[in-house]
Write a protein that binds this ligand. Structure first.
Ligand code: ACO
Length: 431
């Protein structure tokens, strides 16, 4: 917990309360209201948590006004350019960039946990073939707690560590199996001689009938997508994981809860929704029509991949993603990709429109990621599972941080009740 640097005075009715103010290492000051109810008998009201810090954390910082994202202080664009996903995992989990020996050891540990319990393969066959892979992910990851009993005791630091490594290692296997299941192809076992991203591509795209070698440039692009999604401080799914974990639930159950939350189109599901929207627009001449719809208060349509609760400037991840989209399409020899053309022109026209600039709506990470993933060969339904596998390290790092916080307690918000007050039960014949 940061030190108190000031105090705020809150006056209401005949009460005057002094509330501590803390100054974080970055970001706005925070007023501590934890004693507000005990001392003042009132709650605060903040649906959607627009002004509420739910925890203190040392992992990730976003400056939404500047469009800056830092993991343990390191900017995401530097990590995307110079680092790689497993190194970023290490950084998020342990707080520092690893030495050569530390990363070797970490990679060794992760790659020795990539297989899933063989019995888990049977679990998949309980799903319909047309199940959304996110539905399968929620079920299978939740079921991990039924397979890995030796890493569900959250009071044991060693078991927490083993569960963390297991999840980072197995999530690509689980996501790839979900994909293979829905297309009716045999599961492909992980290959520990491949790097993390290449192994995932191999499990998704190879078949037993022929040799497959992931293109190193595509592996790099895949790794960058993982890196760009690795963590994003107290977003909806991470807060879900923390809330689930605050009751003492095991880590697999908590991550399953995070996956369920991520699925929604306002969050991780936006990458699928965005590509579908770009395809529906189809050609640049139809862009004004869709922009008009997004601006129309009576039309629920929104520009998917646009806007963010925290960023009021460019999402730094979107910039890297846009550059990556150009590189990948170029590598694959996909010239004049109509979806990319629509995306670029849509971005341009939206950013020239006062509706978007005044509301500070900019492209977010999901705006270009779908174009890359589709070019790599992934169907849209796999976009959000790929986000989930990338975000797993963030969920786990935040969950571990929460459990080692000495002041940790169950998360339990209050409410502003607007329902009926006490009334007597009415027998059915009198209603
Ligand atoms: N298109 C059109 N208008 C928008 C959009 C959009 N994409 N996003 C926000 N607005 C408008 C809203 O209508 C609202 O206008 P109003 O003030 O006139 O009522 C204003 O901008 C503020 O929007 P809110 O929904 O209040 O902002 P909030 O912070 O709650 O929502 C969110 C953020 C959910 C990301 C929103 O911008 C959105 O729905 N975007 C599209 C979905 C998307 O891309 N989600 C991915 C987010 S990133 C991630 O999870 C990885």
């Amino acid at each position: 917990m940061v030190n108190q640097t000031g105090k705020a005075t809150l006056t209401f009715g005949d009460k005057e309360l002094e509330l501590p103010i803390y100054t974080p290492t970055a970001g706005p000051d925070v007023i501590d209201i934890t004693k507000l109810y005990a001392q003042g008998g009132v709650f605060t009201y903040d649906p959607g948590f627009t002004s509420t810090a739910s925890c203190d954390s040392t992992i990730t910082f976003i400056d939404g006004e500047k469009g800056e994202l830092l993991h343990r202080g390191y900017p995401i664009d530097q990590l995307a350019e110079k680092s790689h996903f497993l190194e970023v995992c290490y950084l998020l989990l342990y707080g520092h960039l690893p030495t050569a020996a530390e990363i070797d050891d970490f990679e060794y540990r992760v790659t020795r946990h990539t297989m899933v319990h063989e019995q888990m393969t049977k679990f998949y066959s309980g799903f319909r073939r047309d199940a959304h892979p996110m539905a399968i992910m929620v079920g299978v990851v939740g079921a991990m707690s039924a397979f890995y009993h030796d890493s569900t005791d959250i009071a044991d630091p060693w078991q927490r560590e083993v569960a963390s490594i297991r999840m980072i290692a197995k999530m690509p296997t689980i996501a790839a199996m979900a994909y293979k299941y829905t297309i009716g192809q045999p599961f492909v076992y992980p290959r520990n001689d491949l790097d993390y991203a290449s192994n995932f591509l191999n499990m998704c795209f190879s078949v037993p009938a022929e040799e497959y070698m992931p293109n190193p440039i595509l592996s790099r692009a895949m790794d960058r997508i993982f890196t760009l999604h690795a963590d994003h401080e107290q977003n909806a799914s991470t807060s879900t994981v923390r809330l689930a974990g605050s009751s003492g639930a095991n880590p697999f159950a908590c991550v399953a809860a995070g996956i369920a939350c991520l699925w929604g189109p306002a969050h991780g599901g936006a990458n699928q929704a965005c590509l579908e929207m770009l395809k529906e627009i189809g050609s640049v001449d139809r862009i004004p029509e869709f922009i008009a719809r997004a601006k129309d208060k009576d039309d629920p349509f929104r520009l998917m991949g646009f806007g963010h609760r925290v960023y009021k400037n460019f999402d730094p991840r979107a910039k890297v993603m846009k550059q990556s989209a150009d590189e990948v399409l170029d590598l694959l020899g996909i010239e004049d990709n109509p979806t990319l053309q629509v995306a670029k022109e849509l971005e341009k026209q939206a950013l020239e429109d006062p509706y978007f600039t005044e509301k500070k709506l900019f492209p977010n990470v999901d705006f270009y990621s779908g174009i890359i993933l589709e070019a790599m060969g992934f169907p849209t339904a796999m976009f959000t599972p790929i986000f989930a596998l990338s975000r797993t390290v963030g969920w786990i790092s935040q969950w571990k941080e929460m459990l080692t916080d000495p002041g940790q307690k169950i998360g339990r918000p209050r409410q502003l009740y607007t329902g009926d007050t006490l009334r007597d039960y009415v027998d059915v014949e009198k209603r």
